[in-house]
Design a protein around this ligand. Sequence first.
Ligand code: CS2
Length: 470
Amino acid sequence: MTLPRLSRSAQTIPVGIVHLGLGAFFKAHGAIYIEEAQSLSGGDWGILGVSLQSPSMRDQLTPQGGTYTALELGPKKQTPRHIQIVQDVIVARENPLVVLEAMAAPSTHIVSLTVTEKGYCHEPATGRLNAEHPDILHDIQSPLPVSAPGYLARALDLRRKRGLAPFTVLTCDNLPQNGHVVRGVALDLARLIDPALADWIAAAGRFPSTMVDRIVPATKPEDIAHVGELTGTHDASPVMHEPFRQWVVEDNFVGGRRPDLASVGVQLVEDVTEYEHMKLRMLNGTHSSLAYLGYLAGHETISDCIADPVLKRFVSYLWSAEIIPALTPPPGTELARYADELLQRYANPAIRHRTWQIAMDGSQKLPQRILGTLATNFAAKRPSPGLLLAVAAWMTYVRGTDLNGQPIEVKDPLAAMLHEASNSSTPVASLLSLRQVFPPELAKDLHSPLAETYARLHQLGARKAMEQIA
Ligand code: CS2
């Protein structure tokens, strides 16, 4: 039976937000908060979605008027919801001028981003713009950009020249001090284009840091079929998400203009750092650890990992012995309780979050998720055998073959470099010498314990090596 196509039932709302990198995460997180804030408190906060490269999101959403289903998957209950805050989707590569004009429109007050870690074209180890990046080299020369920093700098330039206030740049990616990073790359690029632009952005621009959290696995073909059965309409672009959500945002917007986020449970704070460290190191740090070790142990998803008593024990040990002692809790938060909640979220069998998906782009993720904790523990002389094992598992994974010699499809912007280093005669030393990932001081400290851990992992296999630790 062919199902009718999902279509818009709500009125359109004028666009106040342009979102760069419209993907599953933003559709299931920021967009839902903004839709709720809009319907509770009003304001013209419709979202214009932008895909920087691929036309697929536009092709899926346009025939349904930009609307989609968000399916909340609890352990026992499923709740579909029709989200209508996205008004339209544009593909930047096809229409760069249309995107720049939308960003420069007087009615646009916020440009939000989910472009993944690598989309900032920065050096993960330092957080600074990688001025050698081919997209950045292009964007220095051309008024029609290709990178996210390029769109920010060029659109801000249009606003400056037209005498408009800048938009607020609201990053929603899992980077430490994400506002600071996006401000840094936009300023560095602006300075290469026109120093006067950089001075204007530095003085008038606002780049609040945020902590974003909701587990949203990539949508699979079977999810589309399932949503069709559940709702009776065909949605080419549904998103699956867990019930939990959290958004902590620094309340630092140009002219104070933003949706009424507090009314829908967003925490507006002065400084997001402690929330961000907690989330990146406790959630994303163990996600990445489980991704590499779980993958090598033969587990397909995070909930499969937690169903294995060895991995469940190991991850609890990571929190209590290695990660929590290196953190300062955010106000009113008990970290042991946060860990218990994380374990429950990971165990949710309705969420099929693949270890392979989380393993992607490890070179961009490791520093803020795992290496920061390792550095703190080194300084405090606190042993970290578990996190060392996670790094050794990453070093094994990026070879492109698992411990049984089976091929792994490694996705990473540095894949070629990682492949060469990890398949050399000294994999640990060669990988540690990659300055994009490992700060030199830490690399020195890590070398000998990591070489030993790597050898043990290869001798015992992932499960036994975890069992030995916890
Ligand atoms: C995950 C995150 O894919 C990944 O790297 O660790 O997407 C994670 O699910 C979210 O940050 C949860 O908020």
